[in-house]
Write a protein that binds this ligand. Structure first.
Ligand code: PLP
Length: 351
């Protein structure tokens, strides 16, 4: 019997392949790779990640609970802003914490068993869409590095507890992004590096893509360690842990012809399962479609009350009919974690 749609289908073999690649990088380059739970947090899969990666990066009580259940070896905690009561509970249970601003640093960098750091914004000039580019001029994510360095120079005593710096500046980046980040770090923080214990180089690394320059990565990290052996390098990818690992499967409920256009209504919606289509206008990959014109042109839409619930226009290789399955490719990261129950639609399960 066919599975009831909509559902997410994990390709376990591909997922294990990603973990193997990440494990290889950990071993060869002697770095810590943490899975970032905000990208994917299915409790039945997390233990596998917990076994193979050297930890998890969390941003809330809920994610901390999941990371602990999955027996994460190292837990890093970061949030754009912490609530005092939640932080006092969480700080006892994590290994490293980074604060996002000088005001949060001043308020919360008291003695704790975890190692404290600060997120610094390196303001790298990278071709990233604005919505997900932490480097933009008015970014609230991390202390502007010029401001941080000035403050450090003026009042080093304020940073006696500082053991790490956190930089999340990349997005779907090749090795080139890491290279730029390490150049930024090695040329701007010479005074600080000798006393730091760790650097968290964030997410946004395309580690599991076939084109990722693994050898260059290992070589550059070794070079860094030849100068700063005492600094542990931490990475916290999310998307690349689960990229190319599974699909989202839906069914055609109806096909409505309007002004000559064939509108397909699927048993999903942008607001419930495909939020990135609504937020960043993301173009999804659909199985059985072509970039060249075909005779079967359809507008895929959702089953919600919103007129704007449009997933996209596609040329299919075969005609669709009521009951046809429509399969969206590479849909595991940043989808399941964002599901809603708008219009009373059910959240889709992972199989
Ligand atoms: C601070 C931080 N670290 C890591 C990540 C994971 O990034 P990615 O999924 O692009 O690897 C994010 C994503 O937004 C983030 O905000």
């Amino acid at each position: 019997m066919e599975n009831r749609t909509p559902y997410f289908e994990l390709n376990l073999q591909a997922f294990k392949g990603n973990l193997k690649r990440l494990e290889y990088l950990q071993q060869e380059a002697k770095v810590k790779i943490l899975h970032t739970l905000k990208s994917f947090n299915e409790p039945k899969v997390l233990p596998l990640i917990g076994e193979q990666l050297l930890g998890m990066s969390v941003s809330s009580l809920k994610e901390l609970e999941l990371a602990k259940e999955a027996e994460a070896k190292h837990i890093h905690l970061y949030s754009p802003a912490f609530k005092a009561d939640e932080l006092s509970f969480m700080q006892e249970q994590v290994d490293t914490i980074s604060f996002n601003s000088l005001s949060q640093w001043r308020r919360f960098s008291f003695v704790t068993k975890s190692s404290l750091g600060l997120r610094v914004n390196p303001k790298l000039n990278l071709p990233i869409p604005n919505y997900c580019n932490p480097n933009v001029e008015y970014s609230r994510l991390g202390v502007d590095y010029v401001e941080f360095l000035e403050q450090y120079k003026k009042s080093p005593k304020e940073f006696l507890a500082l053991e790490g710096l956190h930089f999340h500046a990349l997005f779907q980046s090749s090795f080139q992004g890491l290279w730029l980040l390490l150049e930024h770090i090695e040329s701007n923080y010479q005074e600080l590096l000798p006393r730091l214990k760790w650097l968290n180089l964030g997410g946004g690394h395309n580690f599991t893509d076939d084109s990722y320059e693994v050898k260059e990565f290992v070589k550059r990290v070794q070079e860094f360690h030849s100068r700063y052996e005492h600094i542990e390098l931490i990475f916290e990818p999310g998307e690349s842990v689960v990229s190319s690992c599974g699909d989202f499967v839906t069914t055609v409920l109806d096909i409505v012809e309007v002004a000559g256009e064939k509108m397909v209504i699927l048993d999903t919606s942008t607001e419930t399962h495909l939020l990135d289509v609504a937020i960043v206008n993301k173009r999804l990959k659909v199985e059985g479609t072509s970039t060249e014109a075909t005779a079967y042109f359809y507008t895929l839409t959702g089953n919600s009350c919103l007129q704007g619930d449009c997933i996209g226009e596609y040329f299919f290789l075969e005609p669709l009919k009521v009951g046809s399955r429509v399969r969206f490719k590479d849909m595991i990261g940043y989808t399941m974690v964002k599901m809603t129950e708008f219009n009373g639609m059910e959240k889709a399960k992972l199989i």
